[in-house]
Design a protein around this ligand. Structure first.
Ligand code: SF4
Length: 318
């Protein structure tokens, strides 16, 4: 593994099962399909894609909140899918998650000080004084005053709650933070504050972020690299500037055209049909049912992918 790689995903597959309803039986949902991807130390990597593409399932699998069916995920050269006991506990200290909804992710019955103390009490042997000192340090780091520690979550705005959620993710000094749609539940007027906080934490402390979002503007501002996901696969990945300058995959072009302020052509590309169900994946290229450039071979053959730093899975480039 290259020195700069913090997390390496090899051929990861995640499936789960849902009831078929009145017909009975179970459907297999193929949420993540053979994903291989490196996340580099100190970068912000964005996973982009529409709702239902599997990006949140991928995120949860990376920190063992969702079981993987097969594949490997290396963090600091250890396959985290095989970790148990203390090794798993150590990994969980290093990899933290910030959830989409700061209203649901903070226990309404606990004071902020207790919410922030909890991970330290469970995972460290710090003295009570050191725990309180750490909590105060992190709450200041996210731009809040120590006086807020004695209050309850309902006494804060959505933006302040998301700052508190980020402080909780920081108390164990993680190396990697997974942020799942961190601003989509917030008013547009305060989204920029949280976006800037993530950028500062990345720049000032070298924290590595995996950003899960459907918001192309947030990606453009924050991410160093992008991986575009469609039906559980990465169809294109590369540096943010390259992908915005020269998107290659037809799905990436459509996705980027959905942000009018970033769309150089001014034309929005509307895809036909809806995202197919991950319970019934199309044969061949999974995008072929909606692709404006579909060829006969796309319906039966799977593109293998081309490129080194800017990679794309599409027969137009093979
Ligand atoms: Fe479209 Fe074919 Fe490329 Fe798939 S492989 S994106 S169907 S042109």
């Amino acid at each position: 593994m290259a020195d700069k790689t913090l997390l390496r995903i090899n051929n990861l597959n995640v499936e789960y099962y849902t009831n078929k309803g009145i017909l009975g039986g179970k459907s297999t949902i193929h949420a993540v399909n053979g994903i291989s991807l490196d996340i580099y130390k100190g970068e912000i990597l964005a996973i982009a894609g529409e709702s239902g593409c599997g990006k949140s399932t991928l995120a949860k699998a990376l920190i063992r909140l969702e079981p993987a069916k097969s594949g490997e995920i290396y963090f600091d050269s250890k396959n985290i899918l095989t970790l148990m006991g203390n090794d798993l506990k150590e990994f969980r200290k290093k990899a933290q998650m910030v959830f989409q909804n700061p209203y649901a992710s903070l226990n309404p019955k606990m004071k902020i000080v207790d919410i922030l103390k909890e991970p330290l009490e469970i995972n460290t042997d710090y003295s009570p004084e050191k725990i309180l000192e750490t909590v105060k340090e992190k709450i200041r780091l996210v731009g809040l005053d120590e006086s807020c520690l004695e209050l309850y979550p309902h006494e804060f705005s959505g933006g302040q709650r998301q700052r508190i959620a980020i402080a909780r993710a920081l108390v164990l000094n993680p190396e990697f933070i997974l942020a799942d749609e961190p601003v989509s539940a917030l008013d547009v007027s305060i989204q920029a504050q949280i976006i800037n906080l993530i950028k500062e934490l990345n720049k000032n402390f070298g924290l590595t972020f995996l950003l899960i979002t459907h918001d192309v503007s947030v990606i453009k501002y924050l991410a160093d690299r992008i991986a575009v996901m469609y039906l559980g696969e990465i169809v294109e990945s590369g540096k943010t500037e390259d992908i915005f300058q020269t998107p290659l995959h037809p799905y990436t072009k459509a996705l980027l055209s959905s942000a009018p302020q970033l769309n150089k052509t001014g034309k929005k590309i509307t895809l036909k049909g809806d995202l197919p169900s991950p319970a019934e994946l199309p044969q061949g290229c999974k995008f072929h049912t909606r692709c404006p450039y579909v060829m006969e071979k796309c319906k039966t053959n799977i593109p293998q992918g081309k490129g080194i730093t800017h990679k794309v899975k599409c027969f137009l480039y093979e």
